[in-house]
Ligand binder design. Structure first.
Ligand SMILES: Cc1cc2nc3c(=O)[nH]c(=O)nc-3n(C[C@H](O)[C@H](O)[C@H](O)COP(=O)(O)OP(=O)(O)OC[C@H]3O[C@@H](n4cnc5c(N)ncnc54)[C@H](O)[C@@H]3O)c2cc1C
Length: 227
């Protein structure tokens, strides 16, 4: 799932905050460490991309993956999002919810999470001479989804690639925030007779369901899906 092994040259990592990635609220939960950002992106299937057009602000969920110091997305050439992102600034977010934090007071309830906010402008992959080709980016996407899958399937043809736009945004201006651990109750609430602790949440992998017409025995990556 991690596509970080790409040899693609890297943009500068987001080590220092900019004015808009300087976390002010609960700043003790902030990180600008590229390794934290990479881990949050690599664990994600989906990001949300916020952008503005003549009708206002939109925030659209879409699949994402990482190669080196860029986050990648793709879509149909006809997609409004794809067309607008080439024109201007946007903000990408990723959120993983790891648990519900049950405090003794209503006020101190919280969530455990890992989140990332990335600012910048997407560029089109395969044009303007950037070093990752559209095909290489899409193959990295398939490997991010299910390692080993790319070797088995029919690769995209010229017509399919021509109908698809791949975009990437540099991870140069980004902030992460993470919370973990127990509730933080006020001292005067410690005697309240309420259960306190964390109700963990995690994504579950279900049992693979073969397509009705599939006569192929399950390959390793399918048999290992739930491990
Ligand atoms: C699962 C989840 C649930 C949350 N629930 C609540 C809630 O119910 N109420 C609430 O007030 N807040 C909640 N938060 C925290 C929320 O995301 C904001 O961090 C918080 O509201 C402060 O926002 P702000 O714009 O005032 O922060 P500021 O500190 O002013 O933000 C400054 C900059 O810090 C960065 N930043 C801010 N928040 C995040 C973040 N979460 N991840 C990465 N970068 C960030 C951005 O670059 C932002 O521009 C939740 C977060 C998560 C992940």
């Amino acid at each position: 799932m991690n596509t970080s092994s790409s040899a693609a040259p890297s943009a500068p990592p987001s080590a220092a905050p900019s004015p808009r990635t300087q976390v002010k609220r609960a700043a003790n939960r902030a990180s600008h460490d590229p390794a934290v950002l990479h881990a949050i992106i690599d664990a994600a299937w989906v990001c949300h991309v916020a952008f503005r057009d003549e009708h206002g602000v939109h925030c659209i969920p879409t699949a994402c993956w990482r190669i080196g110091e860029h986050l990648y997305i793709h879509g149909s050439n006809g997609s409004r999002m794809v067309k607008r992102l080439a024109d201007g600034e946007c903000c990408v977010t990723i959120t993983h919810v790891d648990g519900l934090v049950m405090a003794r007071s209503a006020f101190n309830h919280s969530m455990n999470y890992r989140s990332a906010v990335i600012y910048g402008r997407f560029e089109t992959v395969g044009e303007y001479g950037n070093e990752v080709s559209k095909r290489a980016a899409m193959e990295a996407f398939m490997e991010h989804l299910v390692p080993g899958r790319q070797e088995e399937i029919r690769p995209g043809n010229d017509k399919e690639y021509a109908a698809t736009t791949v975009l990437r945004i540099a991870l140069a201006e980004a902030a992460c925030k993470t919370r973990s651990g127990p509730p933080e109750d006020d001292e005067e609430d410690m005697a309240v007779a309420a259960w306190a602790g964390v109700l963990p949440l995690r994504e579950a992998r279900g049992t693979p369901v073969p397509d009705a017409g599939c006569r192929i025995p399950a390959p390793d990556y399918v048999r290992r899906w739930q491990e």
